[in-house]
Design a protein around this ligand. Sequence first.
Ligand SMILES: CC(C)(COP(=O)(O)OP(=O)(O)OC[C@H]1O[C@@H](n2cnc3c(N)ncnc32)[C@H](O)[C@@H]1OP(=O)(O)O)[C@@H](O)C(=O)NCCC(=O)NCCS
Length: 166
Amino acid sequence: MSVTIRIVSNDTELKEIAELASEIWHECFVDIISEGQIDYMVGMFQSYNAMTRQIINEDYSYYAVRENDELCGYIGVKPEKDKRLFLSKLYLRKDKRGKGIASLMLKNVFDTAREYGNTEVYLTVNKHNDHAIAVYKKIGFKVIEETVKDIGCGYVMDDYIMSFAL
Ligand SMILES: CC(C)(COP(=O)(O)OP(=O)(O)OC[C@H]1O[C@@H](n2cnc3c(N)ncnc32)[C@H](O)[C@@H]1OP(=O)(O)O)[C@@H](O)C(=O)NCCC(=O)NCCS
């Protein structure tokens, strides 16, 4: 298995990631939120235009995860105040899960955070996303808060905030 995790530096790759994001979201969240909310959230947070805005205006970085040169996942991070790194996105295509790639992705996030001088990585995860929560707990993240965030159009994000001390 040859896995690479590299920062996204061109539009073509970001467009590929947007396509993969839509595919993964429509597969993994279908039992958790409605199709309408999936479309809405993909448009707001994971579309090519949304990710371009995040990179230009909000200091986000995206990383493409490839196995044998094939795009199979992506990571999105954003450094914040108080030496915290926000792990905004950690997504892997279904057929690539359970193979150790997620742990490589999280190691990459922790390495990036240390390079930025961060002392904490935090994320939000849907309270019903049992597998992701189990993975994060196994790695050492802890639930520090519960939140319900209104994201418009009658939709909410019903999340735990989880934190990992570096
Ligand atoms: C979240 C995600 C990236 C994790 O990737 P994955 O391939 O499923 O994770 P793995 O099965 O490799 O598990 C990672 C680690 O957690 C452990 N783990 C997995 N399930 C576990 C469980 N139920 N209990 C305890 N540990 C568990 C694994 O053993 C592994 O540890 P190891 O590398 O030390 O062996 C992937 O499932 C995904 O993309 N899901 C859909 C999108 C999503 O929900 N993203 C998160 C949004 S916040």
